[in-house]
Design a protein around this ligand. Structure first.
Ligand SMILES: [Zn+2]
Length: 283
């Protein structure tokens, strides 16, 4: 697990989560939204979910116990948007919009600072592969949460029985219902991950979320061992709800990549409490 000081001023903070173009280029760091999703999950788990719902989630994930399920679900909700950290998406900040001098200057400033921070942005005009961020999450997450088996490439599933749950869980994120992600889709998404430089950015994002919710990401295989994707429908719905509640909006004020780790973390808890309270829950 990373120490907070290692999480300060590094490249991953320059990945954007939500962009607002109503006044130049406003953007919320992806990490701020990822850790907020983790906090929202814990708030919902503790204040909103019924004992029955918690038990069902723990059963579906074949968790060691309910406490393991609680922290594993919060971590997985936090990292479910990991695939948004890919070169094609990140380099396209504000693309597709009418260009204006204000927007162009803002994009240029963001790009310069992001490169200086070490974010491996592709050079202008480079051909960059695209894939659905959710498929990229499935392709990269098992490798960052305990599967280091050699010889499996392109997001291929390893054969280690202890690791199967990692693949089942990663494939179930961002899904609705029982539709199962096909291995070919994941393999295709793998080609859009951006390679080792982006792997390092995503590893930093995973470590930051893990630190925030208090979990060692490499221990995930010991906490949950899901085998049946059809039993993860409620889990998928909860993750998607937490992501919805964690998105930043310009009117509420965006976080900054210059914020310290403590500020990012404190703000995530505050946002989560507010978001869950707005749902009309006492507490
Ligand atoms: Zn493995």
């Amino acid at each position: 697990m990373s120490k907070p000081e290692e999480l300060n001023s590094i490249a991953y903070k320059w990945c954007w989560g939500t962009i607002d173009l109503s006044d130049g280029l406003g953007w919320n760091p992806l990490i701020a939204e990822m850790v907020t999703a983790g906090s929202v999950t814990l708030e919902l788990w503790d204040r909103v979910l019924s004992p029955r719902q918690r038990a069902d989630l723990a059963d579906g994930l074949a968790a060691q116990d309910e406490q393991s399920a609680r922290v594993a679900v919060a971590f997985l909700a936090g990292v479910s948007r990991l695939g948004h950290a890919n070169p094609a998406r990140i380099v396209a900040s504000g693309a597709g919009q009418q260009s204006s001098p204000v927007l162009d200057r803002a994009r240029m400033a963001w790009q310069e600072q992001a490169l200086r921070a070490g974010l491996p942005l592709p050079p202008a005009g480079a051909r960059v592969r695209r894939a659905d961020p959710e498929h990229i999450t499935a392709a990269v997450l098992p490798r960052l949460t305990g599967c280091d088996c050699a010889g499996y490439v392109d997001g291929e599933r390893c054969r280690d029985q202890d690791h199967q749950g990692l693949y089942v869980a990663a494939y179930a994120l961002n899904r609705h219902g029982a539709d199962v992600l096909h291995a070919d889709t994941v393999a295709k998404a793998y080609r859009a991950t951006g390679g080792p430089a982006w792997d390092a950015v995503r590893a930093a994002l995973v470590n930051a979320v893990a630190h925030h919710v208090g979990i060692d990401p490499r221990r995930l295989p010991r906490l949950i061992r899901p085998t049946d994707p059809t039993r993860l429908t409620a889990f998928g719905r909860l993750v998607s709800q937490c992501n919805g509640l964690s998105r930043g909006d310009a009117s509420g004020g965006f976080a900054s990549p210059h914020d310290t780790w403590e500020t990012v973390s404190d703000r995530a808890w505050l946002r989560a409490r507010e978001a869950v309270s707005r749902m009309g829950v006492a507490g």
